[in-house]
Design a protein around this ligand. Structure first.
Ligand code: ZN
Ligand code: ZN
Length: 260
């Protein structure tokens, strides 16, 4: 059994990162999978940001000869319903070891845009949950493996567990569909450690476990070396304390379990 490796990572193939594969390869052993941003109609840049697959595959092939086939291919699908056709067309002829499903924006703004912090929490969260729920409904077509950062829409808010409990019914419905769609639940280290949402993850994990969910991944969401496998040792111990005994990784579309 190989040791666990980061299931959410970006390089310069993502519009908002300048990291190189080598940064990660030289600071770890074992597999490195990158999940590059694919954001259609991205309000941050005013365009669709998609990794150049040909260049991505070519660079990985070249580095894999040098680094013992350690690099795997991945993508982070930023789902946006009005552009679903564009998403499916892009994905149709490409293969990935790991596909993350995310909602990053609503067509007008990205949920990490600074001004979102001053907007109404309930308005933003209910809108975001609706979009997340719809994205999961479309996973038959998207064929993603992991639901990434369930809290992305509210990262900029100081939220307590109590604030989330008001949305328990919606969250249960979302996690139930996630489990039915065989999507793993991601523990996002950036959310837990940089946006201080660890208590929200404790609550979400409780709900997923209550519904019988067993697929969990750990991802740093790193865009640079400093965030690679961020706080993983601490988070692994924390996950054990939450009753999680195994994490899952993906390769060639197959699942591999690692004991914690
Ligand atoms: Zn993301
Ligand atoms: Zn990401």
């Amino acid at each position: 059994m190989t040791h666990y490796y980061d299931q959410h990572l970006h390089t310069h193939f993502s519009y908002d990162s300048e990291a190189n594969f080598i940064d990660y390869l030289e600071n770890s052993s074992g597999y490195v999978v990158t999940t590059e941003h694919f954001d259609v109609a991205n309000p941050v840049t005013g365009q669709t940001d998609a990794p150049n697959y040909q260049e991505y595959a070519t660079e990985i092939e070249r580095l894999n000869r040098q680094f013992d086939n350690r690099i795997l291919k991945g993508i982070e699908i930023g789902y946006y319903q009005p552009q679903e056709r564009e998403i499916l067309d892009y994905l149709a002829d490409k293969t990935y070891d790991l596909k993350l499903l995310s909602v990053h924006h609503n067509g007008e703004f990205d949920y990490l845009d600074e001004f979102v912090a001053d907007m109404n929490f309930d308005l933003i969260f209910s809108q975001y949950l609706e979009k997340l729920s719809y994205a999961i409904d479309r996973n038959d077509e998207l064929q993603a493996h992991v639901l990434a950062h369930f809290d992305y829409g509210i990262r900029l808010f100081d939220v307590t567990r109590k604030d989330l409990e008001k949305y328990e019914a919606q969250l249960l419905a979302i996690f139930e569909k996630m489990i039915a769609a065989n999507l793993a639940f991601e523990i996002n280290a950036k959310s837990t450690h940089l946006y201080h949402h660890l208590p929200l993850y404790a609550y979400a994990i409780e709900l997923v476990q209550r519904l019988g969910g067993t697929l969990f991944t750990l991802g740093s969401d790193g865009h640079k070396l400093a965030h690679y496998q961020l706080a993983f040792d601490e988070l692994k111990d924390w996950l054990k304390a939450q009753g999680i005994t195994q994490l899952v990784t993906f390769k060639g579309g197959e699942r591999f379990f690692c004991d914690l």
